[in-house]
Each structure stands twice: as C-alpha cells, then as structure tokens.
Design a protein around this ligand. Structure first.
Ligand SMILES: [Zn+2]
Length: 120
C-alpha cells in the first residue's frame, strides 16, 4: 500500500485531472450522465492521446472514459482501497500510479491482462 502522503499527492493529481476533463467535456457538451453510459474499453492508454491525430468525437469518447476512471479512482481513495491491484491485491508501484493514477492493475497483472486480451 502506498504511503498516505503519496496517496494524497495522487489524489491532488486526480482532482486536477477531473476538473480539466469536466471543463473540456462541458465544452464538447457531454454531461456526466452521458458519460456514465459510455462504453469504455478497460485501461486505455490515454497518455498517448493526441489532439492532432484523432477526430473530435474519438477524443471526447476517450476523455469521457478517462474521466470515468478518474472518478472511480477517487471513490477508491475515499474507501481506502486505492492503489491496490484488482487482480492480485498487491500495492501498485507508486511510480506507476504517478504516471497513470487510475491504473487498476500492477505491472505484472497488466502484462497478463494484455496477453489474455490479445489471445481472445
Ligand atoms: Zn497485480
């Protein structure tokens, strides 16, 4: 489990990201209710998102999915369950969380997950 001050730092990052996403999605006229019904592929790599190469609709879809992940992570923080891998219950590495605060799996499980999905 990451130390408490690390979680507070990550919470700050998540809160900021949440606000940015909400502002952006409001401009695109997507409401929170709408995004709740959004189909999201799990664990997309939002970091790779580029505004130049994606069309607007795709960008909005991905950002709303990211917001969903961010909101979920904030819920987990409230519950005190944040930062644990959903597959093996091990603490997710802090550096991984810093790069991707809404990561649900540790690096090991993430690899297994990706492999399984490729085989499907
Ligand atoms: Zn794991």
């Amino acid at each position: 489990m990451p130390r408490k001050n690390e979680i507070l730092r990550l919470k700050e990052i998540l809160e900021q990201r949440k606000q940015t996403l909400i502002d952006f999605l409001n401009d695109g006229q997507i409401s929170i209710d709408e995004l709740k019904t959004q189909e999201c592929k799990d664990d997309l790599d939002f970091a790779e998102l580029s505004f130049d190469t994606f069309n607007e609709e795709l960008v909005l879809t991905r950002l709303s999915c990211e917001l969903k992940e961010v909101l979920y992570s904030l819920e987990q923080i409230e519950k005190g369950e944040y930062g644990l891998c959903e597959m093996c219950d091990e603490a997710i590495d802090y550096n991984r969380l810093k790069a991707k605060p809404y990561a649900k799996y540790c690096i090991v499980c993430r690899e297994i997950y990706e492999k399984e999905n490729k085989e499907k």
